[in-house]
Design a protein around this ligand. Structure first.
Ligand SMILES: [Zn+2]
Length: 361
């Protein structure tokens, strides 16, 4: 294009053009961003249009603080001290079953395959089967709620080698339904209550909303690339085969029982309104042992400690009686969804889809 447009005699070779282009111009190329934090986006837009100088400075400061806080979380994720074990975890987006190359899937309800992944170690670690633990289940086995997440986290904690370790640090996405709630606090407090005595504390840290890229998301990116390349996926086992290339797999409800941490936390802990901290406002929860009691404090900031260690158990209750029951497996799938899935299979494989060998379990 350049050679076509310049005055004759000024045309150059491709390599010469390239050399000038990449060294003399300050031009960058990138893919359009998809996952931009909405707070960052909103504040940047407001800075652009704000006429009032003082207000502009105020919003710029707000954005700066927001970004610094986001950074503080990732700094903590980058380092695992000798005396501690760092676990970070996240849920992958729901993977659909059946995955077939048929346009009608866009209007059909599909069955979901769930993946909850825990990564051991800092974000600098390479990811392999020894430090990536994936818990999978499908929607007709159990919901994707706090009982399931707690069961996986406690299973992982119970299987750690904690020799010579003093501290456990958990870092997780702050989704309230699954992670950032009193049920996870109750489950982990109970774990510390009966953990080996060398473990002095357990800390749970949540990111700034919108900035929650965790090591588990790296595993998800790798597997999603593989999944995109597969035209058809019909059985959970096919997803599991892909996942197990990078992780140790556990089937929730089968290898790992699902326990009712919700009921136990409700029985033993005070109501969240009477805690001495507000769960939604806190970024860190520090659980410690004091004699035979387990205490907790919530911290709003990533670095400065201002909270007070206190027990949050109800009067007369103790973790001694915290004993979650194993929940039965299997929940009914909505009929409308089943109708959609049946239709999909019929369209794709014909009336006799149920007798096809590739669909047999
Ligand atoms: Zn942001």
């Amino acid at each position: 294009m350049y050679c076509d447009e310049v005055v004759p005699g000024f045309d150059v070779s491709f390599s010469f053009f390239r050399k000038v282009f990449v060294t003399n111009f300050n031009i960058g190329f990138g893919s359009p961003r998809q996952d931009v934090c909405s707070t960052c986006l909103q504040l940047s837009e407001r800075i652009k249009v704000e006429k009032d100088a003082a207000e502009k400075v105020r919003i710029m400061t707000e954005l700066r603080i927001h970004k610094l806080r986001a950074k503080a979380f990732f700094k903590l994720l980058q380092k695992e001290e000798n005396h501690e074990i760092l676990l970070s975890f996240d849920c992958q987006k729901n993977l659909p079953l059946p995955k077939i190359p048929d346009q009608s899937v866009y209007y059909s309800r599909q069955l979901y395959f769930y993946n909850f992944t825990i990564v051991k170690g800092s974000s600098h670690n390479t990811l392999n089967k020894d430090n990536v633990f994936t818990y999978t289940w499908t929607e007709e086995v159990a919901a994707k709620g706090s009982n399931e997440i707690c069961s996986a986290v406690i299973h992982c904690l119970n299987n750690l080698d904690v020799t010579n370790k003093e501290k456990i640090r958990l870092m997780a996405d702050g989704c309230a339904g699954q992670n950032k709630n009193s049920i996870l606090l109750g489950a982990t407090m109970n774990w510390l209550y009966s953990a080996p005595r060398n473990i002095k504390s357990l800390e749970i840290i949540f990111p700034v909303t919108g900035h929650s890229f965790l090591p588990a998301d790296r595993v998800f990116a790798i597997t999603e690339k593989r999944i995109r390349k597969m035209e058809t996926i019909l059985k959970p086992e096919e997803y599991m085969n892909i996942l197990q290339e990078h992780a140790t797999i556990f089937c929730l409800g089968k290898d790992v029982p699902i326990s009712d941490y919700k009921t136990q936390s409700q029985n033993i802990l005070k109501s969240t309104q009477s805690f001495h901290f507000q769960i939604t406002k806190c970024k860190r929860f520090i659980i410690t042992r004091k004699g035979n009691q387990v205490q907790i404090r919530g911290e709003i900031s990533y670095h400065s400690d201002t909270g007070v260690d206190k027990s949050i158990t109800r009067r007369g209750k103790s973790f001694q009686t915290f004993n979650p029951e194993t929940l039965p497996i299997g929940i009914p799938v909505k009929e409308a969804k089943l109708v959609d899935v049946r239709k999909l299979l019929e369209v794709h494989f014909g009336e006799n889809w149920a007798s096809l060998s590739e669909l047999q379990y």
